[in-house]
Design a protein around this ligand. Structure first.
Ligand SMILES: [Zn+2]
Length: 55
């Protein structure tokens, strides 16, 4: 899984003027999911279900 930073660099994720993360493909605000088994949280797009890890 790519990190949020990689997603931003690849233009898969865009930051809006309020520093919120949006899926570049769907223009949807990314949602956050915390997985208790992982040290990172997951940012995902509710429309296309692509996921990125937030370190
Ligand atoms: Zn999407």
């Amino acid at each position: 899984m790519d990190s949020v930073r990689q997603g931003l660099r690849a233009k898969d994720i865009e930051k809006d003027t309020y520093e919120r993360l949006n899926c570049a493909r769907c223009d949807e605000r990314l949602k956050t999911k915390n997985d208790p088994d992982e040290v990172f949280s997951i940012r995902f797009c509710p429309a296309c279900n692509r996921r990125w890890k937030q370190l």
